[in-house]
Write a new protein. Structure first.
Length: 512
């Protein structure tokens, strides 16, 4: 169902609304241009291009900030405070007001300095990870911590600075609600993982590692085939490789990246399906609302719900492997004897010794998130220093996951997020997983025989349900209201805990 275009009733819209929307479109286009430059920096830019790229991104960041914080924007927002607006117009004003109030609190010089530091930190992180040398990245991480403390102080000096940073990625959920959900995950998953390790049946964990390596070229062909099978529109996207899988773009150009390990074909596969979920959210946003809040994603929790839904509820399902396994065997004849049950079990094994978040199983994944959440909270609060991060990281992995990284490359340097100064981002991964379970359960209720559709390679009913109930709304609804609109229920962890309890209880034959 098409949504009413923002400004489609422009004849009756106040002049202040029309002018405000035009300014915001300029802001959005500058940001989108910066997004393309950032994508290029991570995917295709020559190694020597960073000095210029950091200046380019810094300039665009500063320009978008200046446009958004112009005095006229504030005057237009004030004029529209009591105006007679449609529901969609009111949502647009609400979202721009939120952004304006935060942005106007932060000096342009600080915005530019944060952007410059991010551009310079990225190659330093890549070098540090490649050389297993945290000291190369540490000065940039320390600078980011200082800048983000200052940033939070400008926005709300009376609030926990980490809470302010969390609001950049999840502006609609109180941090307290997010922490309650994370606590429920920990309380559910820690004993379940322990029970699986101690009592669970042996399953086919080595189904795809029996005969050695899986060439990168063959993995890439498989990933492209999977994207096509899922319905990725190549005329509006592309797939590339990067040091850390990510996606970016708009409803007209939504790109994905993945990475390859020739000993692990599932790593690139699930990364690709995960990033497809992000891309299909962007692609499902309404074309007519491009460069307005109604044509932008709600936030990272909702965005992550889409990637985790496709990765876990679809990509790790037995129904999906019914479609995928023949193609997998075609690309990798060494897997010709793998059965559907073995493939399903291998895709859902709970690891004893995994150190890398993006390669984690569906359960231990959230302990990876908790480690990062606790460390970045402590960094921002000043409870630990940057130089302590590797040791604290390793200690927490030993405590929560029972493994200790042997290098910083597989430890605290594995994620790209801190090179961007993205403190407060990590909780959205677990929040998104929880939301994915609730959305998928609702989709199952609404779509007759959804599992059968997936087993037959028909993903259109799920695409349509997600577009209708999530994507097309853009930022019209805040997070909790969007979940209620889509599922009829408040946003809680109940659907997720029910889902993992049933799935892994059956898989490992435990009474979870």
């Amino acid at each position: 169902m098409a949504t009413e275009a923002a400004g489609s009733d422009s004849e009756s819209a106040p002049d202040a609304y029309t002018d405000l929307l035009q300014t915001y479109k300029r802001v959005a286009n500058v940001r989108n241009a910066g997004g393309l430059l950032s994508w290029d920096q991570q995917v295709m830019m020559p190694e020597g291009g960073n000095p210029a790229r950091s200046q380019q991104l810094s300039t665009l960041s500063s320009l978008s900030h200046e446009l958004l914080t112009d005095d006229e924007v504030g005057e237009q927002l004030d004029e529209l405070e009591d105006a007679d607006l449609t529901d969609e117009q009111a949502a647009v004003v609400r979202e721009i007001r939120r952004e304006y109030d935060r942005a106007v609190s932060v000096p342009s010089e600080l915005v530019e300095e944060i952007s410059t530091t991010s551009s310079e930190a990225l190659p330093a992180w890549e070098e540090a990870k490649a050389e297993d040398d945290f000291s190369t990245f540490a000065p940039y991480l320390e600078k980011h911590v200082e800048l983000k403390r200052e940033y939070a102080e400008h926005i709300d000096p009376d609030k926990d600075p980490y809470e302010v940073l969390f609001e950049d990625f999840e502006p609609c959920l109180p941090l307290e609600q997010a922490e309650e959900i994370l606590d429920e995950l920990r309380d559910t998953l820690v004993p379940m993982i322990e029970q699986i390790r101690e009592e669970g049946d042996d399953i086919a964990t080595d189904a795809f590692t029996r005969e050695g390596d899986y060439p990168e070229g063959d993995q890439e062909e498989l990933c492209r085939d999977v994207l096509s099978t899922l319905g990725y529109p190549w005329e509006r996207g592309r797939m590339d490789t990067s040091s850390h899988p990510f996606s970016s773009g708009t409803m007209f150009d939504a790109r994905v990246t993945t990475r390859f390990d020739e000993t692990d074909p599932l790593g690139s596969l699930f990364s690709t399906v995960h990033e497809f979920g992000h891309a299909t959210y962007n692609l499902g946003l309404p074309d007519e609302h491009y460069a307005t809040p109604l044509g932008e994603d709600r936030n990272l929790s909702v965005h992550e719900s889409q990637s985790r839904l496709w990765e876990n509820h679809v990509g790790r399902s037995e129904a999906f492997w019914n479609v995928l396994l023949p193609s997998f065997k075609e690309h990798f004849p060494k897997a010709e004897d793998v059965t559907l049950q073995e493939a399903y079990e291998a895709a859902n094994q709970v690891y004893d010794d995994n150190l890398v978040r993006v390669e984690a199983d569906e359960l231990t994944y959230h302990l990876h998130i908790i480690v990062r959440f606790e460390i970045e909270r402590a960094l921002i609060a000043g409870d630990i220093d940057v130089e302590e991060v590797p040791e604290v990281w390793n200690d927490k992995y030993e405590e929560y996951l029972g493994v200790r990284p042997e290098s910083d490359s597989e430890g605290c340097l594995q994620d790209i997020h801190w090179s961007h100064g993205n403190f407060g981002y990590f909780p959205t991964y677990s929040l998104g997983s929880v939301m994915a379970a609730q959305l998928y359960a609702a989709a199952e209720d609404d779509i007759d025989d959804l599992e059968d559709h997936i087993a037959e390679g028909d993903f259109e009913p799920l695409h349509e349900w997600l577009t209708e109930n999530v994507h097309r709304h853009g930022r019209r609804y805040e997070t909790n209201e969007l979940v209620v609109q889509a599922t009829g229920e408040d946003f809680t962890a109940d659907a997720f805990t029910d889902y993992v309890t049933e799935k892994y209880g059956d898989l490992y034959d435990i009474d979870a």
